[in-house]
Every structure is written in C-alpha cells, then in structure tokens.
Design a protein. Sequence first.
Length: 305
Amino acid sequence: MTERISFCHPPPSSNLQASISGVNQVEPLTQQLNLYFIPDILFWDPLSTIPSLKGVLQCPKEACKRRNSFLRAVGWKDGKTERSNPRQLYGLTAPVELVSRVYRCQLNNNEVVAHDGHILMQLRNTDRPPFILSHLSGITRDVQTAISSYVLSELTFSRIANIMKHQLLSSLAERCKTLSIHYPTVVDLSPSTLEQDIKSMWSTPSNDFIETIFLADFWEKEKLYTHRMISEVGTDDWISMDHTFKVACNIGIKQKLDNQWKKMFDSLFCVLNEKGQVMGWQLTKRTSFKNIRDLIQRINSPCES
Ligand SMILES: [Zn+2]
C-alpha cells in the first residue's frame, strides 16, 4: 500500500565532488550537504494500491454524501506548490514526510487528500495506515508501536521522550559521520553544528505528545482489551474484586485558575480471576455498588453462557 524511501546514505555524485573544489561555490556545497539530512518519504495512495477500493472509496464532502461519488487519483501532496505541502511526521530514526495522493470526486470535482480522516475511516476495515495524524503533527506507526512497548515496560513518558531523542540524535550523528567520509574537507561536522533548520526538522515528540499518542492507541484498542479481559475466565469458578485508592490520585487535571490538582476519581475497582489476570476494571467516584453494576454484569454474562 505504501512505499517508503529512506535517504540514509545517498552516494555523492561526481558533480558534488566537483562543487567542493570550486572557489565560489559555498552555497551549492551547503545545499548538497543538506541533502543528507532530508527526511525519509512515505508515499500514501490506497486507491491505486488496493484494487478492491476502485468504485468503493467515496467522496466524503457533504454535497456528495450517499450519492456514490467515487474518487480517482489526480495529484500528490508533494510540495510542488504551497498548497501541496506534505505532512511532517515524527519517525524513529529520521523525520518522515507523508506524501499523499490527491483524489478528485466524480460528481462535483471535489479534491480530497488520501490521509483525510473520512477517507481513513472508509479504510478502517481494509488496512491500517502506517501513520497516525494529530491536528498539526503526526507519527509513523513504528513510533506508536515503540511508545506502546516502552509504556508496557513501565517507562515514564519523560524517559520515553529521552530515549527517542537519543535514538534520533545517534542516527543524525551517523549521517554526519558518513558525510565526513565523503567530504573530508568539511571540518567540525556534528549534530550540534548543523543548521537550525535541520536541527528543527530532526526533532522528537514532547512528553505530552507521547502521552496523547499512547492514550489514543489505548482508546482505539479498548474494546479489544475489554473483550480479552472478559474472556480470561478462570477454571476454578472464583474471582476477586476490590477498590484500590492509590492509583486514582494520579488521574486528574491541573486547574488553570489556582493551579491546584483536582482528582477525577476516588478509586479503581478491579476484578481478577484466580490466576490474578485482570478481567475488568473501572475508575469510580465513591464505592457505591451502582457504579460498578454494569461492569459486573458484563463480566458475568460470558461466565453464565
Ligand atoms: Zn465530492
């Protein structure tokens, strides 16, 4: 469905070597050096790569809804014009530019980009896109997988942010090293001496952004987790359940007015089977039974069947 191009080690051409020895060619040399740091490119064109989507993928615009206004490919978000800039994504070992196909609809000639949220919704049962987009930013699926593994290994979000920073920095240092082999006359080439534009491009997500990505992944998979937890019914026909209060202290919001921490819940109610596997959980305010009745009933129904 996608093609990923990585510019990890582009070989220097004879033109590049010639530009190094030139007297008044500082600018071309800088430009050539900068080529080593351009982001990887991720092409996204589901309509052309999944034949079954032809005559299925529809224009999501209001005027075309439910009118079978099918889409066809007409261009790319490849940065050739100001309106066609690709989306920037955080990647694991390099920044990534998402170059998406632009589609046009049959009935009203509306243009829709292939990473439009409504298009991705139509694809949800076909394939998972190799990226996740937020309002202004985005990440590759690799980054999301890494974040989830780190969180499951009990690393804090700030520790994860640090690990990602180091990964990217060592990848950048690797490119500087390759570059210094091809251009031995260029001295003092290291991540810290690169142009500000390149440094900004090679940035990593903040703690908050990493947290948001993890939570988005969690909510997306919540039904799957719940189903799996409920299916973990034990063999000895007993379960244990209780409220725990400590964990709820960390779930809340900082109020803008007085900067005070406001807890959103009093406790976490947790149900375990005889193996200690979690069958269900719910955050609650107060310990009344009515707060947890739905959870108990959900767990009870597969046990009875
Ligand atoms: Zn349309």
